[in-house]
Design a protein around this ligand. Structure first.
Ligand code: DTB
Length: 310
């Protein structure tokens, strides 16, 4: 377990040293020419009770997002089949809201998990705060991974969300791990955080009971109508430093270059893959924002001589 200062030292190394160390660690555990392709689907969208400053779906903000109730199973399966055809191996399904209340919606989501798994895709769920008992039900339905991000440092988190706490998120992550589900837990860069916030975020991940299966590194997509709409872009080198540091700290976790990737050049994406990012979201839409144009990711992989996990 690395102390805060050690992570900061790692992160601040001269870039050639940091990148060399990350590349070395990466290829000890992973095939550096392969990427996991994941596809996102928003099962329930908008009208969220939480006030996360970065999110278009919050009812507290004035972003222009279409409010959709829980999708029916067949509609989800259309997206899942398309994702499978495009080479995705993991279908990542999210619902807006603080949590997914027990009852009809929860039961409908269990059915969706069962049907998506029957297509041969992994099912990763992102349903907000959940209990260990609920996590067991997700696992029994075939869910293998649960996404619940810490987003940033505890200090910064309290500045961007007031309707739930950092500790409530940690409690959900612990419940998910106790239920025997893998955890997908990552963060967002570009919230106005300091370098120290990024180090604290990574340090919090090292304190979890076990390393996450996947660590998504999102880059803020400034959405009109949200409090963070005017945030400036994150310098690419800063993104690379976080990815490389995460790779070194978590050799066996997938590091996902997640939201905001479409704002990066092909060169910046290539740098991220060289430094250990080995998972992406592919598909034309994330939850409420644009993903990548059809075929663009296949072209990028081809140009880089990289292939998707099968
Ligand atoms: C994660 O770390 N990023 C995904 C998934 N986990 C839920 C969500 C990205 C959302 C990007 C903004 C949007 O499309 O609404």
């Amino acid at each position: 377990m690395k102390a805060l200062a050690a992570i900061r030292t790692l992160h601040d190394q001269p870039l050639p040293e940091l990148v060399f160390q990350a590349m070395t660690v990466h290829r000890q555990k992973w095939d550096p020419t392969r990427l996991q392709l994941c596809t996102l689907d928003s099962l329930r969208t908008g009208a969220c009770s939480e006030d996360c400053a970065y999110c278009a779906q919050s009812a507290h903000h004035a972003a222009d997002v279409k409010i959709d109730p829980l999708k029916d199973c067949e509609a989800v399966l259309v997206g899942a089949r398309n994702a499978r055809e495009a080479g995705s191996t993991r279908y990542c399904m999210a619902t807006s809201g603080r949590s997914l209340e027990e009852g009809a919606d929860f039961d409908a989501v269990l059915e969706i998990i069962r049907e998506v798994r029957a297509l041969g895709l992994e099912a990763c769920m992102s349903l907000g705060l959940i209990t260990e008992q609920q996590a067991h039900r997700l696992k029994a339905a075939g869910c293998t991974v649960y996404n619940h991000n810490l987003d940033t440092s505890r200090l910064m988190y309290e500045r961007i969300v007031s309707t739930h706490t950092f500790d409530e998120r940690l409690a959900t992550i612990r419940a998910v791990q106790k239920a025997g589900l893998q955890v997908c837990c990552g963060g967002i860069l570009g919230l106005g955080e300091t370098l120290d916030d990024r180090i604290h975020f990574l340090h919090e991940l090292t304190l979890l009971d076990s390393p996450p299966d996947a660590i998504p590194i999102n880059i803020l997509v400034p959405i009109p109508g949200t409090p963070l709409e005017g945030m400036p872009p994150v310098p690419v080198i800063e993104i690379i430093r976080v990815i490389a540091t995460a790779r070194i700290l978590f050799p066996s976790s997938r590091i996902r270059l997640a939201a905001g990737r479409s704002s990066l050049s092909q060169e910046a994406q290539a740098w991220a893959f060289l430094c250990g990012a080995n998972s992406i979201f592919t598909g034309e839409k994330l939850l409420t924002t644009q993903g990548t144009a059809a075929g663009a990711d296949q072209k990028l992989l081809q140009m880089l001589g990289m292939t998707q996990d099968c």
